[in-house]
Design a protein around this ligand. Sequence first.
Ligand code: DGT
Ligand code: CA
Ligand code: CA
Ligand code: ZN
Length: 575
Amino acid sequence: MSRANDRVEALLREYAELIAISGQDPFKARAYEKAARAIGGHPTDIAQLDAKGLTEIPHVGRSIADKVLEYLRTGRIPEVDASREAVPAGVRELTRIPGLGPRKALVLHRELGISSVEELEEALRGEKLRDLKGFGERTEEGIRHGIGLLRQAGDRILLDAATELAEEIVAELSRIPGCVRCTYAGSLRRMRETIGDLDVLVAADTSEPFMEALTALPSTAEVIAHGAKKTSVRTASGVQVDLRVLPPASWGAGLQYFTGSKAHNIRTRELAVRHGLKLSEYGLFDAETGENLASETEEDVYARLGLPWIPPALREDRGEIAAALRGELPELLTERDIRGDLHTHTDLTDGLASLEDMAAAAAARGYAYYAVTDHAPDLAMQRMTKEKALAQRERLRALDRTIRGMRLLHGTELNIGPDGGLDWPDDFLAGFDLCIASVHSHFGQSREAMTSRIIRACENPYVAVLGHPTTRRIGIRPGVDADFDAVFAACARTGTALEVNAHPERLDLSDEDILRAKRHGVKFAVNTDAHATVHLPYLRYGVGTAQRGWLTKDDVVNAWPWGRLHRFLREKHHR
Ligand code: DGT
Ligand code: CA
Ligand code: CA
Ligand code: ZN
């Protein structure tokens, strides 16, 4: 984690959780949660701020500002340390289970002495929970489900945390004299949605300075193995990092090997064998003579196998080698192809930054267009009204006239009601430049009801994009149960784009869903769903996911020039 903002956000969130677990004032917990979110989303580095600057951040009062200053000075917040001591470790472990709140965790600990996920499973098997006050069969079902989700996520980390850590380590190692090349490989280079461990590679003639440096990094908490070829460490937040130092001459072969995936590597090795070659992390060799035929760059290695270079996001054994042999690899969407973000929020609803600040941050990214899509009234806690939406539109149009080179679009994120209805009638929707429709409630409907609900929303002529279509949150909540092939077909038929939501906790659609949807002939929109200026760069994770789904810029409506996007939106109105 690079920014002090992120570290303080994590600490304050933990503090809020500890307050909630220990049964203190829930408003206090909420206050810390809000402050945590505001600090995480704050554009300036809090390390540069004094007490006055800190209290200018929304939800940060004097007492929280003092804690932040204490942290910046000493690296600790004594109150957080004290409440860590006060809450039994077992209870905290239980709250890691999605859906199991602090109050229930505390009851389980106090009444049944449960202090680990394993003990909880044991108690579930023995039907011990049923007799507890406030627990029933439904609670049991929920807990079982939550444990399943926790196991599924395992100890894997989200793409943004992995990327930030990897970039920090690569920057440190690159600075060491003798470093010829340095990059990360493995699942992170392939942009998988979660990362098991980091695989960092260095090309250099001597390995020791790099191994030494890794073990000495401030982020390193524990050295697992320290060798000349490979060193593994664990960070304070529990992430394993494997560093391998390769001779510069075998850089390409090593990079290819350690990027994987394992399944892709098996295919490439098979192909090598068929050509009378042998492929390893050191190079591509003639099987008979042992002569090294290619090893310096990945391009060399693939070329000697009769293949073009294959982008890492495609290396999952999903037909990429056959496509490469046929010369039919897709020309993948890149971050540079994206011309605008079509799903973003401001502080008119639950965003952290003003319309002006969000627009300025978008313009700084070089976008040709940018849509503001605050929440609609059916998400009751957002308190949206027609009047507010219209006032925002006026303000946005005025702002648009002052910005050169970027077109501001006025949109909204509608809520798909339980029966597929939307927040506002069609004549009001017609006034927006673009509407996104998303499911935000009633996640537990039957498959049939959920399917027709989503399809009905897509049939609305003003719904341009189906937002975060499955509503999953990685490690927290599974996607809704619906016949998504029917949904994708409906999107193709009605001209509704499917969102690839780039938020690292969502990545929704996922790579596999994108591949499925693409077969129906659908178009996509890669959006950040930004609630703060610092979320706009999440786009890269959406683009990575789109690449894993084999998308090209032709598949993605916000990679199109405004004229083509505008036609796409208009055509739907007139179907
Ligand atoms: P992860 O860490 O679980 O998110 O996934 P990866 O893909 O990063 O897997 P990891 O860290 O175990 O290994 C990195 C790459 O090294 C992997 O993608 C392919 C290569 N590799 C590791 N072990 C083997 C192996 O036994 N056979 C082959 N062919 N390749 C391997
Ligand atoms: Ca890995
Ligand atoms: Ca590894
Ligand atoms: Zn949403």
